[in-house]
Design a protein around this ligand. Structure first.
Ligand code: ADP
Length: 320
């Protein structure tokens, strides 16, 4: 193996740059050349890349986003698109490709691995943490910390004004972020897309909270639970409480990666290059039981990661 490609795809996540740096430096230390394809799968569709060297990835370890940029590519979702990307790898004599991204990008990586002889290895990076085969994805810890910094501040004003706040965090389909954030800010209520909520239960919990002398209430809701504005009106109507809504926006996706996200990026990057050097492909690196492992991409794509509902129950107990 002489040349490998590297691409970041889908939603960006803090720590993607740390992963780029790790892959490039480990690869170069093993005498591999690295081609960085730009703007996600688009770079493979248009043959747009730049040579990455240990020096060209200097000064990026601590930066959010991705220097290779990223995109969502409808063309790549079609078989012809995947075949075109495979041709780009052949054209450039690229024998291995590291794909850094979320579940969609990893699905794309699996499709590409079926159309090329180049070995494909995935690195899970998404703030959603919704990838099977790894306990944690690059960027998740950073997004959790960004959200809790914001919600701790909201708690201050919620206490002063004796208000209830609904804080909406990212997570259209899955509630990993909302659950961890809710648990770590001591939310009175956590709403995730995986569990249909009951207005009666929410109202009862808030009324009990207030009767127990709690001065404020924090409801952490994943965006996928439905219309939080409507929920706010319904809670106000039923309880007479003063309820406010705060939607945590795109800031959750950016910012300097935490130590944890950087560490995962380094360890995942190292293992990804090792796999390629050992002539292994169609795999994704991951964290399982605290160890760096790898798993078949096929398995990753066909299995849904489950949300630990025990944590939801724990959060409820802790909020008494
Ligand atoms: P993320 O990687 O953050 O989950 P997306 O779900 O948007 O982001 O996926 C990123 C890109 O991966 C998509 O724009 C598309 O090009 C590609 N992709 C997603 N699903 C598939 C699929 N089933 N087959 C081929 N490519 C896919």
């Amino acid at each position: 193996m002489k040349k490998i490609g590297l691409v970041t795809s889908g939603g960006d996540a803090p720590g993607m740059n740390a992963a780029i740096r790790a892959v490039v430096r480990i690869a170069c230390s093993r005498d591999l050349q690295v081609f960085g394809f730009e703007r996600g799968w688009e770079g493979l569709l248009t043959n747009t890349f730049r040579r990455l060297t240990p020096r060209s990835v200097g000064g990026i370890l601590h930066l959010g986003g991705t220097i290779l940029r990223t995109s969502r590519s409808p063309e790549f979702k079609k078989r012809e698109g995947v075949q075109k990307a495979a041709e780009t790898l052949t054209l450039n004599n690229v024998d291995g490709l590291v794909v850094v991204g979320g579940d969609g990008s990893l699905r794309g990586a699996l499709e590409l691995s079926r159309e090329t002889d180049a070995r494909i290895v995935g690195i899970p990076a998404t703030i959603d943490n919704d990838v099977f085969g790894t306990e944690e994805t690059i960027g998740f810890d950073t997004a959790v910390n960004t959200a809790i910094t914001e919600i701790d501040k909201i708690r201050d004003t919620a206490n002063s004004h004796e208000r209830v706040f609904i804080v909406e965090v990212m997570g259209r389909k899955r509630g990993f972020l909302a659950l961890t954030v809710g648990l770590t800010v001591g939310a009175e209520i956590i709403l995730v897309p995986e569990v249909k909520y009951s207005l009666e239960n929410i109202v009862r919990t808030l009324e009990e909270s207030s009767a127990k002398g709690k001065k404020s209430g924090i409801i952490v809701a994943a965006e996928g639970i439905g219309d939080t504005r409507k929920l706010l009106r319904e809670i106000e109507e039923k309880t007479g409480l003063d309820v406010r809504l705060s939607i945590s926006g795109y800031a959750q996706r950016g910012g300097h990666p935490t130590a944890r996200s950087r560490l995962l990026a380094n360890l995942f990057g190292n293992r990804a290059v090792e796999l390629l050097l050992n002539k292994q492909g169609k795999r994704m690196v991951g964290l399982q039981k605290g160890r760096i492992t790898s798993i078949e991409l096929e398995q990753v794509c066909k299995t849904e990661k489950s949300l630990d509902l025990n944590l939801l129950r724990l959060a409820q107990t802790l909020a008494i």
